[in-house]
Design a protein around this ligand. Structure first.
Ligand SMILES: [Zn+2]
Length: 453
């Protein structure tokens, strides 16, 4: 199935071309593509006339082979060579897409044109620029508050135009404008395109009322569910431990897959180290500070720091994409139609920082990513509160574990029913494998039995 979404774009590539120059280049490209499109129609029409004459003389239209013999090459190659002269600044792949679209439209109308019931199509000045699917690259940036901005890197310029403009690349970067009212609808689409759940298809760049819009086309198969047979009763538990480590448990806790975690911490430690070294250098006004930044005051010197928080958030988001994909892959590989996910809601932010994910939003972000990816496979995701989970005794299958203080003042977890003792988090992963654990725990949980963390 193919669908499309319309996104306004902001130009975000001043270092490659000034806004004014980029604007002029895009307008020029529109003019060139319009000329090319009209040329294609003209060539198709001419060849159509030739074919009709051929039929009159011989009683049949020329075959594919005869066409090739007459032209020396295929009709589309002949057309392409001609339109290349009309649109010298347009990248090959995009121009090829325009040719395909225009030829297809002409062929669809051909019978009506011959009958005289419709006119030959003509293309107007404000024609959309066709984008081949390979000309579209989707990226994102996430800031410290978890707000994500989406960017499109669109390949546009032919080799000769790139050279003439002395550009480092043939593409320009744009930021997608996601309005708050359409956010809930648009963001999941962009996420899925980024994750490869949706495939980006050939799209269009359109100019309207002084703004540029991307008509982003994407496709997806509805077959994913039928490809794998997932059992609703087959459960995978997902436990989130320290430093983003993830433990997936299957088959009543006998099978375990783990993501080690710690990546985000390592990354931020690295970045922090750099931040400090720049900070120290700046305070001392030392020679370490680049020439360009000397004498431009505090803000100029601190400029390298601006992007650091952004870099960490970005890395976190990328890690969450990877983790959620891995978690869903494991569920699918093991035929699990249900995921029971540890829900950290209610965990104090300071605790989340220290023991679990680095920031609470990053945990919710992972949870959200797991949920929407699960949906693609029809996997059911059930969230189970972490506090209730800690009460579960895997030995007697009852929620009767309590925190007990021994004589030395150390806290340990002991089952009141069977006396089994647990280390922190030991029973949680096992509990997540129990069918309907959320219901069992919510039914039997007694508000007075809260375990102190
Ligand atoms: Zn027990």
């Amino acid at each position: 199935m193919t669908k499309a979404v319309k996104l306004q774009l902001y130009y975000k590539d001043d270092e490659t071309l000034s806004f004014k120059q980029a604007q002029e280049e895009l307008w020029k490209m529109q003019r060139e593509i319009r000329a090319a499109a009209n040329r294609i129609v003209q060539l198709c029409w001419e060849y159509n006339g030739f074919e009709s004459d051929w039929k009159k003389a011989r009683g049949e239209y020329p075959t594919k082979d005869e066409n090739r013999e007459i032209l020396g090459k295929s009709l589309s190659t002949v057309i392409y060579h001609k339109i290349k002269q009309d649109a010298p600044s347009v990248i090959t792949s995009n121009l090829g897409s325009t040719e395909q679209a225009v030829v297809a439209r002409f062929n669809a109308l051909k019978a009506d044109i011959m009958r005289g019931t419709t006119s030959i199509p003509s293309y107007r000045r404000n024609m959309a620029i066709d984008l081949h699917k390979r000309s579209i690259k989707l990226t994102f940036d996430t800031d410290e508050n978890g707000k994500t901005d989406w960017y499109f890197e669109l390949a546009l310029f032919s080799k000769s135009e790139k050279k003439a403009l002395d550009l480092p690349k043939s593409s320009l970067k744009f930021k997608a404008v996601v309005r708050s009212k359409s956010k809930r609808f648009v963001e999941p689409i962009l996420e899925r395109c980024y994750d490869g759940i949706y495939d980006i298809c050939g799209s269009k760049l359109q100019y309207e009322n002084g703004k540029w819009f991307l008509l982003l086309c994407f496709s997806f198969e509805n077959e994913k569910e039928s490809l794998v047979q997932l059992e609703k009763d087959s459960i995978m538990g997902v436990h989130i431990a320290e430093h983003n480590a993830v433990t997936c448990v299957f088959g009543n806790g006998n099978k375990v897959r783990e993501i080690e975690g710690g990546e985000v911490q390592e990354f931020s430690a690295q970045v922090e180290k750099r931040r400090r070294s720049i900070g120290i250098a700046s305070r001392k006004h030392s020679k370490l500070c680049g020439d360009g930044r000397i004498g431009h005051g505090y803000h100029a010197k601190m400029k390298p720091l601006d992007n650091i928080g952004q870099k960490i958030s970005n890395f976190r988001n990328t890690v969450n994409h990877r983790y959620s994909r891995q978690i869903i892959d494991w569920a699918v590989q093991n035929g699990c139609g249900t995921i029971q996910l540890e829900d950290l809601t209610g965990y104090a932010t300071s605790e989340l920082e220290k023991y679990k994910m680095l920031k609470s939003w990053s945990y919710y972000d992972l949870q959200t990513k797991i949920e929407y990816k699960a949906k693609e496979y029809g996997i059911n995701v059930i969230k189970v509160g972490y506090r209730d989970l800690q009460k579960w005794c895997a030995a007697c299958q009852l929620p009767s574990v309590k925190a007990v203080k021994d004589d030395d003042g150390n806290t340990s977890l002991v089952c009141e029913t069977c006396g089994a003792a647990y280390g922190a988090n030991d029973n949680v992963a096992k509990a997540l494998c129990v069918k309907d654990i959320a219901k069992i725990l919510s039914k039997k949980a007694d508000p007075d039995d809260e375990i102190e963390n």
